[in-house]
Design a binder for this molecule. Structure first.
Ligand SMILES: [Zn+2]
Length: 214
């Protein structure tokens, strides 16, 4: 069993999360590998960048006594292995993959290097079909609208995320998170990760895992 990052639907602003330290109201979900009970097990610090400013945040680790694996508990405003907050990454992706503008102006608006922004968009488009299918299935599962696949993978994925978030936003707690924290939460932070896993979602006590597209 390999460690899995658990992304919790943290509604706090980055500043508030930093200020809260080890008292940020961390949930204690069941083990994503075996559904066993998890206990807090130290943690580590990592950087996150928002509006051009780097902050150091505390990330707790949870350990499963049943399978012995420890899991990082990431707040929804981060993506695994990415420095920039989910909202920044999402803003660039939505602008470019949505056809609003090219990478360069989107990167300038977001205040991130061009090559960084280009990497996000490339990865998102490369995973676009897979993400579109998974989020469209999630939208339907949550009682939302059906999304018609688009020939453009990036647009399909954006439409799927939009539909799934619109459906999730009617459930307690999800609406205030915004679409990109939602997207980070349900993909375990791997929205634009190189190695993919099926998006999963814990809404209340219920776990939902969309099928992996073929
Ligand atoms: Zn376990």
């Amino acid at each position: 069993m390999s460690p899995v990052a658990i992304v919790w639907p943290c509604p706090l602003a980055v500043d508030a999360y930093v200020a809260a330290g080890r008292d940020a109201g961390f949930p204690r979900p069941a083990c994503p590998s075996c559904a066993g009970p998890l206990v807090f097990w130290s943690g580590y610090r990592r950087y996150v960048r928002e509006a051009g400013r780097c902050r150091k945040i505390f990330v707790p680790r949870l350990r499963c006594s049943r399978c012995g694996v420890s899991h990082a508990l990431l707040p929804a405003f981060v993506l695994a292995w990415r420095l920039d907050v989910a909202e920044t990454v999402g803003m660039v992706i939505a602008e470019v993959a949505g056809g609003g503008c090219g990478v360069r102006p989107a990167a300038e608006t977001a205040g991130v290097p061009y090559t960084t922004a280009r990497g996000w968009v490339r990865r998102f488009r490369a995973r676009g079909r897979e993400l579109g299918v998974a989020f469209a299935a999630l939208a339907v599962e949550l009682g939302g609208v059906a999304v018609t696949p688009s020939a453009r993978a990036g647009r399909f994925a954006l439409a799927g995320i939009g539909a799934a978030f619109a459906a999730a936003a009617s459930l307690p707690g999800w609406g205030r998170l915004g679409a990109w924290r939602f997207a980070s939460s349900v993909t375990g932070g791997r929205l634009i990760a190189a190695n993919t896993v099926s998006p999963w979602l814990v809404v209340g006590r219920r776990r939902f895992m969309p099928p992996v597209p073929t």
